[in-house]
Design a protein around this ligand. Sequence first.
Ligand SMILES: CSCCC(=O)C(=O)COP(=O)(O)O
Ligand SMILES: [Zn+2]
Length: 204
Amino acid sequence: MTDNLQLHELVSACHWLGAKGWAPATGGNMSVRQDADWCWLSESGKDKGNLTSADFLQVSIADNHAPSGRKPSAETGLHTLIYRLYPQAHAVLHVHTVNATVLSRVEKSATLQLNGYEMQKCLRGQTSHLDTVPMAIFDNDQDIDALAKRIEDYAQTHPLPYGFLLRGHGLTCWGRNVAEARRHLEGLEFLFECELQRRLLERL
Ligand SMILES: CSCCC(=O)C(=O)COP(=O)(O)O
Ligand SMILES: [Zn+2]
C-alpha cells in the first residue's frame, strides 16, 4: 500500500519539474503505485506543475478503470503497462522536455546509446562511464493501446530499466520510489542535453 507520503512526494516532484519547464502547456503526466492492483494518476488536461493530491485519480493497473468516473491521463495505458511489467516500479514520471523531444527525433534508430558520461552513474545499477546505456525510442502514436502493445512486445526481449523515449513527444521514466524516479528524470535530462550539444558541436 502506498502511503500518503509517496503521493505528497509526487506532488512536490510535479511542482519541481513544472518549475523547470518540463511539463509545458499541460504536457506530461505522473503516477505513483498504491499496491499490486492500484495506482494514482494525474487527471488529464491539468497543469502538471500546479497539481495537488486531489488531482490524482485512483486507477486499476489491470484494466485502466478509474472508479471516480473522472478522466485520468490520456497516457494512462503507458503507466499501467510499466506497473504490470515491473513490480518494483513505484513511481512514473512522463515529461515533455525540449531535449528529449528533439534528441528523440535527431536519433533515427530505435535506440539512443549513451556512453562516456560520468552522470550515467545516477541511473540505478550503473557503475562506469565506460558502459553503454541503451534508451529505447518508440515512434509516437495517438493510439495509446497500440503504443502500449508495441512497448510491451519490445520489453519481452529488451529490459527497460529506467524509461523510454517517445519520438518527438518526450520521456517516460520510473523508479522504485518517487525519489529514484526524480533522480532518473534529472539525470537522463542532463545526459540528453549533453548528447544534443555533443552532436551539435561535433556536427554528427
Ligand atoms: C498538450 S500535451 C498532449 C498530451 C500529452 O502528451 C500529455 O502528456 C498530457 O496528457 P494528459 O492527458 O496526461 O494531460
Ligand atoms: Zn505526453
